[in-house]
Design a protein around this ligand. Structure first.
Ligand code: PEP
Ligand code: MN
Length: 263
């Protein structure tokens, strides 16, 4: 179902009054994690003013260490809903389990399945049973074929609203957090009709690379980017080193508009 041979036109996925794929560039921005009411509403207003179309923010966080901040959980989701109410921005947030999916999917506009869950086949099957867009991130060491097969699991269940995300993969290089595979955008576009976005924040792990990598992603034909933005990166509870400040995000939005020739 994800295969372009059976579906030559690019898929456009409606999200509220907006869409991901097709001619528009989807800009998803916000903090790694929801930390407080002021934090998430403040960032939501800033990224909205800069021109972002969607708000990201983690409430349920898949951290590598069980001792790291695990997210605000349900309270974080409530704050995301308040930020949506304040700005009108649709919410993009990760769920980690079938029970969270069942409990919270009505509240989320785009449900993220993170890199660590890309091959959680039971979760993928459950995501196939609901009628919400799914943002499926490439696994840490997953091939393009494996990413497409994971999309297939969701689509086989009847939910064809899948957005793919290249977020960097593990290589022998350690300078960056992951290695951004921009050729994956081209390969996926050739193999599939699904929209593909790029996450330069988790790919590089370094805030000062995010701007250039975002421009490169749009230049190579990505349907959008998902970017971590924080007002005070050095005190962020998660991923501060890869988060850009709202001012820098606003400047980046202007560059992306020029590259994509959007208004
Ligand atoms: C995230 O988007 O905050 C995240 C945890 O991403 P990934 O699953 O790509 O590591
Ligand atoms: Mn993060």
């Amino acid at each position: 179902k994800a295969n372009r041979s059976f579906h030559p036109e690019n898929t456009v996925i409606p999200v509220g009054s907006q869409a991901i794929g097709g001619n528009q560039l989807a800009i998803i921005a916000g903090p790694c994690s929801v930390e407080s009411r002021d934090q998430i509403i403040g960032i939501a207003k800033d990224v909205k003013a800069a021109g972002a179309g969607f708000l990201r923010g983690g409430a349920f966080k898949p951290r590598s260490s069980p001792y790291s901040f695990q997210g605000m959980q349900e309270a974080g989701l409530e704050l995301l809903k308040q930020a949506k109410q304040a700005t009108g921005l649709p919410i993009v947030t990760e769920i980690m389990s079938i029970s969270q999916l069942e409990q919270y999917h009505e509240d989320i506009d785009v449900i993220q399945i993170g890199a660590r869950n890309m091959q959680n086949f039971d979760l993928l099957k459950a995501a196939g049973q609901i009628n919400k867009p799914i943002l499926l991130k490439r696994g840490l060491s997953a091939t393009i074929e494996e990413l497409l097969m994971s999309a297939e699991y969701i689509m086989a269940g009847g939910n064809e609203n899948v957005i793919l995300c290249e977020r960097g993969i593990r290589t022998f290089e350690t300078y960056t957090r992951n290695t951004l595979d921009l050729s994956a955008v081209l390969a996926i576009k050739k193999l599939s009709h699904l929209p593909v976005i790029v996450d330069p924040s988790h790919a590089a792990g370094l805030w000062w690379m995010v701007e250039s990598l975002s421009k490169a992603a749009v230049a190579v034909g990505a349907d959008g980017v998902i970017i971590e933005v924080h007002q005070d990166p050095s005190n962020a509870k998660c991923d501060g080193q890869q988060s850009i400040k709202p001012e820098r995000f606003a400047a980046l939005m202007n560059s992306l508009r020029e590259i994509a020739r959007i208004d």
